[in-house]
Design a protein around this ligand. Sequence first.
Ligand code: PRX
Length: 625
Amino acid sequence: MTAYREFHRRSIADREGFWDEQARLVHWQKPFSKVLDYSRPPFAKWFVGGQTNLCYNAIDRHLEARGDQKALVWISTEVDAQKTFTYRELHAEVQRAAAMMQALGVKQGDRVVIYMPMIPEAAFAILACARIGAVHSVVFGGFAAASLAARIDDAKPKLMITADGGSRMGKVVLYKSLVDEALRVARHPPEKVLIFRRGLDANMASVAGRDVEWRDLAQKHAGAQVPCAWLESNESSYILYTSGTTGHPKGVQRDVGGHAVALAASMKHLYCGEAGETMFTTSDIGWVVGHSYIIYAPLIAGMTTIMYEGVPVRPDAGIWWKIVQDHKVAVMFSAPTAIRVLKKQDPAYMKKYDLSSLKHLFLAGEPLDEPTHVWITESLGRLVIDHYWQTETGWPLLSAHPGVEKTPLKMGSPSFPCYGYDVRLLHETTGKEVADGEKGVVAIKPPLPPGCMATVWGDDARFVETYFRSFPGQLVYTTFDWGIRDKDGYYFILGRTDDVINVAGHRLGTREIEEAVNMHPNIAECAVVGVADPVKGQMPLAFAVAKTHVEDQKKLEKEVMETVDKQLGAIARPRAVHFVTLLPKTRSGKTLRRSIQALAEGRDPGDLTTIEDPGALQQIKDALR
Ligand code: PRX
């Protein structure tokens, strides 16, 4: 492990020297004058004074050497279609989209909310924002109108871009009508909505003066040339909302230069993706994994990226492996939950295809259990690398580093700290570092490396409070995950200590779901906990107190579930809603979620000395029975 160890050691001991070297992986229109400005902890400014552009690095830079190479391959098993764009074609599409946005009044620094299914136009829109220096905020298509409205009100966009519809498992999802619903309740709606019509919603309504059809505008801007805006490294590139411990989503704000460098470096040292090769990331553009590893990183590296609209088991469970074979995928990135879905299918599907191009499969987003890790490694006959990171970091925090040194993997472990991260495991109450083999809270000693969130959009104080103030007297970034390091230095992530749950790799706050449940007129209060689920990792489970006596529990349960669907989207729907008359709380009024969760998972509820009324816990037990 000497090469890895030395690489990581240097990245911390000589931060500036290390990142100065990594910065050479991208184009700088104007060189930076300082690698790191850390004069206002914990805010880190990287590559100060340098000017660059993410879209230039992702597209223009490659035109000369690989203009005719495929840049983007879009495959939809939902509408049974495929489209390919070379770097030159992508360049043209993105310039046209940029010209369209400018025609709708978008200027540098303006926000553009993108609420789109997995179609090429979504990638054009994202890259067009980057090109002109507009700040994109992509919202996952699974979110309901109220969630979308909350994000719109926080980002205050100049423009929204959407499509008439998307498709999931052959069922049409009406994006535009959901946007209309969100804009009816939003306090800061955009002036214009640009709509790409796919023909999935014949009855799509149009608001005169506000709605603009993509195709109509595109015709007027065919062949447009829009130069890249040269942005100072620390300007904002995007906002991506993520769940936290409050009901109000946080806007993770990322910069330009640090983001480009971090992604380029990760392709080299971690993913081993080379220019000319193909990368297939099975995520959605609405998540951080999609931002980093469907759109930006593979293109910055000069690779071909696959954008897949569909599920892993349709038309059959061989579809991903067929894509790997047909497109000679070298690097693949997916999530444990998807692998657990595939595990239930016939493994013959995997054997049917020639997977010889595949170098590695990377998995992230939730704990990868050892049996699943073993199963997929054996079935693929490839290294399957578990790696750990977050929306906030934008790129891996713990991983094996096959581009630096091929270290042995341990099943169920995301290996070691990535270069640039000074990772510590701290005791929950004392804040002191724990010994090897002891459980601690994963923390990073700042400054955070390039590519990590710069701040919470519009709220520097919240950034410091949320992430850096968990241990009194110490300025450390805490991620609220439990971890253990073994004597060989391998980390194991045990899950969150806070109230964030992870449903099939989708991150949701228990508070958000509780607020959604409480929207039902007959619910007085509730507690939502995440409970272990064999396929999805975790599922929300709700315990609710009704305002009036409940005659028909099944009926009310169904109504509450529908309320959650409407507020947050079906991804947040509880597995069940149990009705109780009392919730277990501490004397200070804090709901004992950890105890409820333990009971629901058949574990010991732990320390109950602070409980106000032990009868409440009995009710939870009875409800679970
Ligand atoms: O709890 C950790 C879990 O997912 C959280 C971050 O989720 P999100 O912001 O959606 O970003 C996902 C980016 C891959 C983490 O705080 N998590 C992520 N990867 C792993 C993981 N838990 C265990 N093992 C992992 N490899």
